[in-house]
Design a protein around this ligand. Structure first.
Ligand code: GLY
Length: 565
């Protein structure tokens, strides 16, 4: 019912605005194209991805180009010094996933972030050299491009190298971020680096050291980063800062093909990232727990919809903290966790009358935390292949350590491990033994690059940054389209809420939900927090429309841009 009301409203708006000629701007839709599209956190990166497709490349060539372009013009999260996950669907319907998550160095130990009393040493896992995991990004983009790409690497990377040499324009949002992080970046690096508070919106910035690094990588491939000159420079730099990462760590790094998580929701087949990301399992758990409820009837962001979703989220995040970690180190009961029987049982205490107490779901205490950074891009190519890629340095500018000579930041992904069972990480997520630190283990992630099919055809590619809020942001975007009839652009722009079991609160984007709704939730016993996470996710996605065209959804919360042809 609600879908029809929304559609009627959209049609009415469209009819009223038709004389303004640009239908795509008046019917709530984002960019519409016929053949191909890239949606990413920066216009320059989306444009370079499309330029590679126009040269005859496919989604995997465009992946390499887009990801490296983000490393140049979106150093906040785009990276060479981090890691990520790819979920793909080929034109013939074959699906798969690639894990290029960072991993713990060989010398890592379970208690490396604890002092002699067994207490967590503040900031050791989040800032500086000890927080850095062995990077996976270069291994990942090369593995994907080598298996599926069509162009040679130099052709793919040349426009990125040109971007680093010729520069790009600092946006207002970028200026604000650089100012916010300037003092910590300067303190960690013991000097001002290329990205510093003197940069203003509108300035052009070049990164010649990164251009040189990329030129060597274009010429010598992954070996350059993992065993060559770049590896030697990187390890020398890291060790000068006290890191335990060695040349052996880099040489041993490999990206790994994984079986993605696939599940049904109504007539949708949803494929998302498997462990070491929690994204696919948690998304599957939440969606299957809410499937029996008539969300469409309850309405978008209504009291009942929020109650059902929040209670399902609580249960999934409690399972996440106990069961999930690196599948190469622990056994994860994947089938059970996303089975109907198990999930029906998990929801059996659900009631619209009162919240289920968090300590009856599981145990744990949480203290405060910050927001995060990561970035997502979606690509559909002119051959019908689609990819969803989420990549990260973890926090904004990662560990804040900037390798001047090589032109990039290093991650602080080690904080995604559980440093001490029951203690929260940067995102307030708590973990257990399953996600404890061990040499060469991959830390648990929330990244949720997702491909959705309908009637066996590609329907949507979607994902987002947002740390612990990634899973719930992807969830809401899919539901916004499927249950509530929003366009892709409306779906990514709509206000979001989040619950992660602990802390026991519903986070809302500020000034986005009405007072009556908030009061109703509080009356039922929910705690509302509108200050903890002012921006919940920055979702980018592509939706296939019935007429065979595609619509981009580029989140207005960032500088995100859809480009296509
Ligand atoms: N570093 C954020 C995540 O992987 O979930």
């Amino acid at each position: 019912m609600m879908r029809y009301v929304i559609i009627l409203f959209i049609v009415f708006t469209f009819l009223n605005c038709k004389s303004e000629s640009k239908a795509t701007e008046t019917n709530g839709r984002g960019l519409i194209t016929k053949n191909a599209m890239v949606v990413s956190a920066r216009k320059e990166a989306s444009e370079i991805g499309i330029a590679i497709l126009k040269k005859g490349g496919n989604a995997f060539d465009a992946m390499m180009a887009t990801e490296m372009a983000l490393a140049v013009c979106y150093p906040y999260a785009g990276n060479l010094g981090g890691g990520g996950f790819l979920v793909y669907r080929m034109a013939d319907g074959t699906k798969g996933a690639l894990d290029y998550r960072e991993k713990a160095p060989l010398a890592a130990t379970k208690n490396m972030y604890l002092d002699n009393n067994g207490d967590i040493v503040k900031h050791l896992s989040t800032v500086g050299s000890m927080s850095v995991g062995v990077p996976g990004t270069i291994a990942g983009i090369f593995k994907a491009q080598k298996k599926f790409g069509k162009l040679d690497v130099e052709t793919v990377l040349n426009p990125v190298i040109a971007l680093a040499k010729n520069g790009y324009i600092i946006t207002e949002k970028q200026e604000k971020r650089i100012i916010k992080y300037d003092s910590i970046i300067t303190a960690v690096n013991e000097k001002e680096i290329l990205y510093n508070k003197n940069l203003k919106a509108g300035d052009r910035i070049t990164n010649l050291n990164l251009a040189n690094t990329l030129e060597r990588i274009a010429k010598h491939g992954t070996d350059e980063f993992y065993t060559g000159e770049t590896a030697r420079k990187l390890v020398a730099y890291l060790q000068s800062k006290g890191s335990i990462i060695t040349l052996e760590d880099l040489a041993k790094y490999e990206a790994i093909w994984r079986d993605p998580i696939t599940f049904q929701y109504d007539d949708l087949t949803i494929t998302s990232m498997s462990p070491p990301s929690s994204g696919g399992i948690c998304l599957g758990q939440i969606m299957k727990m809410i499937e029996p409820f008539d969300l469409e009837d309850y309405g978008h962001n209504s009291l009942k919809t929020i109650q059902v979703m929040v209670e399902a989220e609580k249960r999934a995040y409690a399972d996440r903290s106990y069961y999930l970690g690196d599948p190469d180190f622990i056994d994860i009961p994947v089938k059970t966790l996303i089975s109907d029987i198990y999930l029906r049982d998990r929801m059996k205490r659900f009631s619209f009358d009162t919240p289920t107490p968090v300590d009856s779901i599981s145990h744990g205490q949480i203290i405060g935390y910050e927001s995060n950074e990561t970035t997502h891009y979606s690509i559909v190519d002119q051959f019908g292949n689609s990819i969803a890629v989420t990549t990260t340095l973890n926090g904004g500018y990662g560990s804040k350590l900037y390798v001047d000579e090589l032109g990039f930041f290093l991650n602080n992904e080690m904080d995604d491990f559980s440093s001490k069972p029951g203690e929260p990480n940067y995102y307030g997520l708590i973990g257990a033994e399953a996600n404890s630190i061990a040499p060469e283990k991959r830390m648990l992630s929330s990244m949720t690059p997702t491909i959705v099919e309908k009637n066996g055809n590609l329907y949507m590619s979607v994902g987002t940054p947002g740390g612990s809020t990634i899973i719930t942001s992807v969830l809401q975007t899919i539901l916004n389209v499927h249950e509530f009839g929003l366009t892709m652009q409306e779906a990514v722009d709509a206000p979001r809420f989040h619950n992660q079991w602990l802390p026991d609160e519903i986070r809302l984007e500020p000034n986005s939900f009405n007072t009556k709704l908030k009061k109703q939730l509080e009356k039922l016993g929910y705690t509302i927090n509108e200050t903890r996470t002012p921006v919940i996710g920055k979702v980018d996605g592509i939706l296939m429309l019935e007429d065979g065209t595609m619509e981009g959804g580029a989140d207005h919360r960032g500088d995100d841009t859809a480009v296509g042809f």
